[in-house]
Design a protein around this ligand. Sequence first.
Ligand code: AHR
Length: 479
Amino acid sequence: MMSATVTIHHDQPIGTVSPRLYGHFAEHLGRCCYDGLFVGKDSSVPNIGGFRKDIVEALRAMPTPLLRWPGGCYADHYHWKDGIGPDRPVRLGMSCGLQVLDTNELGTDEFLALCELIGAEPYLAGNVGSGTPEELCHWVEYCNAALPTTLVQERQRNGREDPWKVKLWGIGNENWGCGGNYDAESYALEYRRYSLMVQHVDPSIEMVVCGHDTDWNRRCIDKLRNHMNFVDHYSIHRYWIHGGHGVDFTEDEYYALLDEADATEDFIVETRAFLEEACGGKRHVGIALDEWGVWHAESRNWGPGGCASSSNDYSQACTMRDAVATAVGLEVFHRQCRSLSMANLAQITNVLHAPIMTEGDAMWLTPTYYALQMHKCHIGQTAVGTAVKDGPKQPSGKAAVSATATQRGVTITNRHLHESTDVVVSGSYTDGTILSAHAPNAQNSAAASPIAPKPLTMQAEGDGVRIHLPPFSIATLTV
Ligand code: AHR
């Protein structure tokens, strides 16, 4: 097999890789928040204000520039006043068909304090489905106002003197479904009402519209066309669901999942065209891919092969294949960094495509955690063009080697399920790391974490370096 070559075109800048493209999502679903991120102040598990200390450290190191909360579908049942102050009611927590006892121990001030602790920008999802514009206005006032209103004084009594200055506010979540079963036009009208009222409270906030599929997006954006000055971000969600079971998947399913990750780009491009047409060049609305990731068959009872059991808690295997899919997704996000204004992996702990898992006292990092961390050098940098030549091909005929680069380095993925390859990469590099595993369905666990980045061997060759990539592996070379 002829080596692949990767050429970095520093003279072809694409745009800035915003830290917001490396965002995350924490929903009150399964064991993501309670018994995951948050164990409570009285837990025997070491914690900071109720948040697991080991997770706080892992989130800082990943890093976690942006964190969305409290849902997801949970957001449209969530009443924020239940989660502040000393007396918190126990409610029915509801999301995605799960019903749990919700103590509200983790509320607004706790979440925003976590964000400060880990260096994340908060993104709060408002309740449209079972809430009111007034409730959302009050939430914005509680978080962001400086004048000594009754709500602001309440915030101060709860320990926060200065405004939290939360910039990002979602106006509902998936309002085409769990967020109220709206049709596109009715939701757009609600958006116009909510966004106007909320913006009166704090004109500096950025608001996010709920998008969906092609038909919804065309109709919703059309209904908003004379109100685009109230639209900062337009949300779309993309779950990759054609990969079969998390661990027991076929070769076809392996490639189908990666193709689906790639195809996210077409959906971004299509959504961008609708927004451009509606804005007529007068405004740039960012696309917020505020839920993305793999969603395997065993954790859902919808979509291809969906076979979740009645005890589904939305946790799933997080394997090396998922890390490769992550790298493929991040290539798309870098290529589309002028269109995308944020991206949030679903979800941060224990649920779906999680970078962090816990079981009792134990905490471990999944291959996806490391795939994300290996992209740290790109955050805030300028994405540039790359070109791949030769090397192994996927069954579809597409090159198996792919890459994304910024001024600070290049990340290269060998998507092939069986073939390893040498890659000659243009440029000179000081460091390199590689993430690989003995099998595509290998995963870390509470007992052992064999999948972690290792030093990459680089040999100088011509005006670049030669590296070796095993099948389903990811390497980052940094300048
Ligand atoms: O991430 C799980 C669920 O997926 C979210 O609650 C919802 O927004 C989406 O359907």
